[in-house]
Design a protein around this ligand. Structure first.
Ligand code: FE2
Length: 134
């Protein structure tokens, strides 16, 4: 891994167990993608991105269900961020070669984006769900 420090830290914890478990899995798989990119193992990257593209859809659906069930007022903005990320993963999946530019996109658009999303958007949502959820 070169550019950014990436991994699970306690400040990412939402306090909702199932969401935290899924975030840890996402981070673990993204680390795999970053490691494979660094060592130019293209087939493993493609496989892991395929796995991620399915996993994020399940994970985002879970968060969206929580938001709908609690009438979360920030639902739309949050949903927009999720759909942006799904598009980013599809675009990365279509890249045919590992280039320095692709590695940079993996670090920023895939990895750093997720940390920013968890730290701002997910933590805000989790606070609300813990307060108003059944
Ligand atoms: Fe989210």
């Amino acid at each position: 891994m070169s550019g950014i420090q990436f991994g699970w830290t306690e400040e990412l914890a939402t306090g909702i167990d199932i969401i935290d478990v899924q975030h840890k899995e996402l981070i673990k798989r993204i680390i795999d993608v970053m490691d494979c990119a660094e060592s130019r193992r293209f087939s493993t990257i493609a496989e892991t991105l395929m796995y991620l593209s399915h996993y994020v859809i399940d994970h985002f659906s879970l968060e969206e269900k929580y938001m709908i069930d609690t009438d979360y007022p920030g639902f739309e903005e949050h949903w927009d961020e999720h759909s942006h990320y799904v598009k980013v993963i599809s675009a990365l999946k279509r890249e045919p070669f590992i280039t320095p530019e692709l590695i940079h996109r993996i670090e920023t658009e895939l990895a750093q984006w997720l940390l920013d999303h968890i730290l701002s958007t997910d933590l805000k949502m989790a606070l609300y769900i813990k307060q108003f959820g059944k």
